[in-house]
Unconditional design. Structure first.
Length: 277
């Protein structure tokens, strides 16, 4: 293994990357380059070996610090060409071999590639060729997503389609700060950030808990909740949710479908009150 390659992989901080792991990551790069001539795995203008290593392999591998090792499954949403799913699966062979990486990807051609790589590198993966938006009651440990859908859509997807999960890892690019700030207007997030090892303008998000919220001025909350909280009591009873109010914000807790219904109900009430006034 030459010094340039070793220097790149030494950035992965969770554990010392073995020669065997480095070789498997390099094999993945070669398979990506080969398949990329047939289908669009990555951008063809960025398919140089060194660029793939830095921009995709190391960039994906840095989330290893956030993967929950107390669970036995990790899920990659919209896996595409297996970035980051395949990279994490390679690292897990040494870190926790029993960890199954579930790769959700609806493209047949990309799933064929994911299966081929998994077989050749003997990875503990499960390739699920289905539309993740049509699945329900999914259970997993860590959820990861890279270059799949915008952050608000990912959060809605997780809330609606996952019954149980531990945390969500998102890759935030150059506009990530703006996206995060906009998202925080409708979500209360318990999260931590990690500066990207590969791009000074990027960062990682590790979301541990989330609640959907609605901003309502204190002068209007009586009208929204109703006289003697009549609206609030009815909504909580109907949708089996817990609704609280503090700092001009309505917080909604409960099962994902119910939370979404309550959120939309309050939005309709606020819309009616606004237009009525």
């Amino acid at each position: 293994m030459d010094s340039i390659i070793s220097k790149n992989y030494s950035k992965i901080t969770k554990f010392e990357v073995s020669r065997e792991t480095c070789n498997e990551l390099e094999s993945l790069i070669s398979m990506i380059q080969k398949k990329n001539k047939e289908i669009n795995i990555i951008s063809r203008k960025n398919s140089d070996q060194g660029v793939i290593r830095q921009r995709h392999i190391v960039d994906s591998a840095q989330i290893i610090d956030f993967v929950d090792l107390n669970n036995n499954t990790t899920s990659d949403l919209g896996s595409g060409g297996g970035i980051p799913g395949l990279i994490i699966a390679i690292l897990m062979k040494k870190l926790k071999n029993s960890m199954k990486i579930k790769l959700y990807e609806k493209s047949h051609h990309k799933c064929v590639f994911l299966k081929d790589v998994s077989e050749k590198l003997e990875l503990n993966t499960e390739i699920i060729q289905k539309d993740i938006f049509k699945l329900r009651d999914i259970e997993t440990g860590t959820i990861m997503s890279r270059a799949f859908k915008p952050m608000p859509i990912i959060l809605d997807l997780v809330q609606k389609n996952f019954r149980k999960y531990k945390n969500i890892i998102l890759f935030m690019g150059k506009s990530g700060r703006k996206i995060l700030n906009e998202t925080l207007k409708i979500w209360d997030l318990d999260y931590e950030e990690k500066k990207s090892l590969t791009n000074k303008d990027s960062f990682l998000l590790n979301i541990k808990n989330m609640e959907k919220l609605i901003k309502v001025d204190s002068s209007k909350i009586v009208k929204v909740f109703g006289v003697s909280d009549s609206n609030l009591k009815l909504i909580q009873s109907e949708f089996l949710t817990t609704i609280t109010y503090r700092d001009d914000t309505i917080f909604i807790r409960g099962e994902s479908e119910q939370v979404k219904s309550v959120f939309n109900t309050f939005k309709e009430i606020i819309y009616v009150l606004k237009n009525k006034s």
